[in-house]
Design a protein around this ligand. Structure first.
Ligand SMILES: CC(C)(COP(=O)(O)OP(=O)(O)OC[C@H]1O[C@@H](n2cnc3c(N)ncnc32)[C@H](O)[C@@H]1OP(=O)(O)O)[C@@H](O)C(=O)NCCC(=O)NCCS
Length: 255
């Protein structure tokens, strides 16, 4: 066994300015009727996007992810969840706005089959990325070379066979959390950085003039079925403290 992330759905930390909340909302088992009331908190653009999905599960996941995000942002700033507007950046990363001004909050959301999640912090302009994947997701180890660098592939291939799919997903979610934190998505060269998985540590090739010590990453196994990774670049002042929490669907407002 190479590793086991511990399930820590609720870690007690003092809630303070520098807390980074990672809220995970299980959505398997929810029906369209269950999420219908959450739609009232979304804006017309979000509702239109939800309705464009062909499959009910995708509509449910999208609606849940956006309802969770609005709820989490509202909690963080103590404002009505409907007050937020979202503006995509150059490569599609949305930023939150309040009354036509940038909201003093950072966030990033993710959806995967059966789970949605959002990372939120009131540290403004925090480069922040989150990715969740289902552990039972089909993994094709033959494509590892296309996404991972030689050191990462060597680490993966040294894992016992039964751990390789989880190892693949650990690398995948860490890499996704970084390209989502920078906001560059897949325009970020995947060969320009890599991860020491057990240390949850990034390294850069010469192409990125960045300092690994400025970056922090955490991974968690959530409900034994999902792997979550969050990454953030250290803010100018202070330390960001992550706190993971599984949210019950009943906690989200429906008015
Ligand atoms: C778009 C991308 C940023 C994330 O895609 P994804 O993993 O399919 O989707 P996730 O569910 O984790 O995240 C989607 C959310 O991220 C946000 N997002 C969109 N573009 C983003 C960007 N450039 N940076 C950060 N976040 C972004 C959005 O909120 C989006 O949700 P929404 O459309 O409902 O608002 C990008 O990384 C991608 O296309 N990945 C594809 C998978 C891949 O090949 N990964 C290689 C890993 S080694």
């Amino acid at each position: 066994m190479i590793f086991r992330t511990r399930e820590q759905p609720w870690e007690h930390v003092d809630v303070q300015e520098q807390t980074l909340w990672i809220y995970a909302l299980p959505v398997d088992g929810l029906t369209e009727a269950d999420v219908a009331l959450w739609r009232s908190g979304l804006d017309p653009g979000e509702i239109a996007r939800a309705d464009r999905f062909l499959f009910p599960n995708s509509r449910i996941e999208f609606t849940a992810a956006h309802a969770l995000t609005r709820w989490a942002l509202g909690q963080a700033l103590g404002v009505d969840r409907r007050a937020f507007a979202f503006l995509p950046g150059a490569h599609g990363k949305p930023a939150a706005r309040l009354a036509d001004e940038p909201a003093p909050v950072s966030f990033n959301l993710t959806h995967t089959r059966g789970m949605v999640a959002v990372a939120v912090s009131t540290v403004p302009d925090l480069a922040l990325g989150v990715d969740f994947e289902a552990l039972d997701r089909n993994v094709d180890l033959k494509v590892a070379d296309s996404f991972f660098g030689p050191r990462e592939v060597a680490w993966l291939m040294a894992c016992p066979d039964e751990d390789k799919p989880e190892g693949f997903l650990r690398l995948w979610t860490l890499k996704e959390s970084f390209i989502k934190a920078t906001g560059k998505g897949l325009t970020q060269d995947l060969a320009s950085f890599g991860f020491e998985v057990e240390a949850e540590r990034i390294y850069f090739s010469g192409d990125i003039p960045d300092d690994p010590d400025m970056w922090s990453f955490q991974q968690r196994l959530i409900e034994d079925r999902f792997l979550g990774a969050v990454g953030w670049r250290r803010p100018e002042r202070g330390e960001v403290k992550p706190a993971w929490r599984v949210v019950d669907p009943d906690e989200l407002p429906t008015d």
